[in-house]
Design a protein around this ligand. Structure first.
Ligand SMILES: Cc1cn([C@H]2C[C@H](O)[C@@H](COP(=O)(O)OP(=O)(O)O[C@H]3O[C@@H](C)C(=O)[C@@H](O)[C@H]3O)O2)c(=O)[nH]c1=O
Length: 186
């Protein structure tokens, strides 16, 4: 599974090797050994799957310690704009935004380390998103940052007038007011 660095420490894009034949195609959507060979060892314990319609915007979310989560994200149907923000104090990319268009067609996967806020918007009529997490859901440890934080100025790939946002997400704080931070560990 070829891996591409993003310039953000610990944040990687994977593009699986697809084997095509007369029947269709086959690819390994996850292989711990392949990641291990790239120096990445993550013990995933929970898979999440979410289906959304066009314009749905989920995020930006994280869980703080001791329930922080590494996530490996991919799209099973449709296309999304995936967005992460580095909130690790001391990171060379602290406060910076990384966006990646991910789809069932391009099969890209994004490995998001602990210490990033994560969200996505749906670009297609329907999107089905699957992500692995290395820590269990813990409601009391949930944190987030507002999708329209002016300091981040995120391009979600859709007009914000079309965005469908949960009441919880609409009230998240801006990064400058966020009470939770991570410490960068090189
Ligand atoms: C995240 C999560 C939610 N839930 C429940 C809580 C709630 O009743 C329902 C929907 O939860 P939410 O509104 O938080 O779902 P959602 O807004 O899709 O939350 C997700 O957003 C993306 C961007 C992420 O990165 C994830 O980590 C997660 O925070 O599902 C679980 O049971 N387990 C979980 O792991």
């Amino acid at each position: 599974m070829p891996l591409t660095a993003t310039g953000f420490p610990g944040l990687f894009v994977f593009e699986p090797v697809v084997h095509h034949d007369d029947r269709g195609y086959f690819f390994e959507s996850y292989n711990a050994n392949t990641l291990h060979k790239e120096g990445i060892d993550v013990a995933f314990v929970q898979d999440n799957q979410a289906r959304s319609t066009y314009g749905v915007l989920r995020g930006l979310h994280f869980q703080h310690a001791p329930y922080a989560q590494t996530k490996l994200i991919r799209v099973l149907e449709g296309s999304i704009m995936d967005v992460v923000v580095d909130i690790r104090k001391g990171s060379p990319t602290y406060g910076q935004v990384y966006c990646l268009e991910m789809s069932a067609e391009n099969r890209l996967q994004l490995l998001v380390p602990q210490g990033f806020a994560h969200g996505y918007s749906v670009l297609s009529p329907i999107a089905e998103v699957l992500y692995k997490c290395d820590n269990f859901y813990h409601k009391a440890s949930e944190g987030g940052i507002r999708y329209n934080d002016p300091a981040l100025n995120i391009d979600w790939g859709i007009p914000l007038a079309d965005a469908v946002i949960s009441p919880k997400d609409a009230e998240l704080p801006f990064l400058a007011d966020c009470p939770h931070h991570f410490t960068f560990q090189p």
